[in-house]
Design a binder for this molecule. Structure first.
Ligand code: HPA
Length: 233
């Protein structure tokens, strides 16, 4: 049986799934970096593909933006399709001065403002963390590929447009490297259901200065991130 938001048949999705927010990014990676890629989902335009990278079977599935949309796909991938390794590949804004645009972050933990977590943990604060094996392996793959990475905590928010002055000051002070919109719920659900998750992010902008990377720079750093993620398959 398929799930509510995915029309794949059981077995159509690999044990390791890369999760970009943008479904067209999933299509682009499937077409340019995978062999024999087959599209298994078109429901709501949230494209998903399974193919091979250097002989290893791997899937890539769009999640949409934000933790609400992401949690739908993560739940269904784990519970219906029995996926075991979920690796977000996305962009983030940095709030640190020493991190430049185009650099790649490996998220060790994700703080955030997920209301799902607030409800689930009854107002307490769960520390959502990456899977150590995937994190270590990603670090090793990046080193082998000569790609510099930063390891550290990130923040996942559900409000891209917040209009709160100095919102990030306290998070900057507490070492948050980047801000994005999906990882906190991914890490939480992976732990809840006993599977592995990691989040690899390229820095697309600096939230404090407003600086944003060019399309060409974004393309190069996105490819670096993708090679690290595919190396985990
Ligand atoms: N905010 C939230 N998510 C993001 C940003 C941002 O500034 N940049 C890239 N993803």
């Amino acid at each position: 049986m398929n799930s509510i938001h995915l029309e794949a048949k059981p077995g159509d999705i690999a044990e390791t799934v890369l999760l970009p927010g943008d479904p067209l990014r999933a299509k682009h990676v499937a077409e340019t970096l995978l062999d024999d890629a087959v599209c298994y989902n078109r429901v709501r335009g949230m494209l998903g593909f399974t193919g091979y990278y250097q002989g290893h079977r791997v899937s890539i599935q769009g999640t949409g933006m934000g933790m609400g949309s992401t949690s739908i796909y993560v739940n269904e991938l784990i519970n219906t399709y029995k996926v075991k390794n979920l690796i977000r590949v996305g962009t983030c804004g940095t709030i640190q001065e020493h991190i430049n645009l185009g650099q790649v972050l490996l998220a060790m933990s994700a703080s955030g403002d997920s209301d799902a977590n607030r409800l689930y943990f009854k107002g307490m604060h769960y520390a959502a963390t990456a899977d150590f094996d995937l994190l270590m392996k990603a670090y090793e793959v990046a080193n082998q590929l000569n790609i510099k990475t930063y390891q550290g905590p990130i923040f996942s928010t559900n409000t891209f447009y917040d209009n709160v002055p100095n919102r990030w000051d306290i998070w900057k002070k507490h070492g948050i490297l980047g801000v994005e919109m999906e990882t906190q719920i991914l890490f939480t659900l992976a732990k809840r259901f006993g599977v592995k998750a990691l989040s690899i992010l390229t820095v697309s902008d600096n939230i404090i200065t407003g600086e944003a990377s060019s399309i060409q720079d974004r393309e190069q750093s996105y490819t670096d991130m993708m090679k690290i993620a595919l190396g985990l398959a």
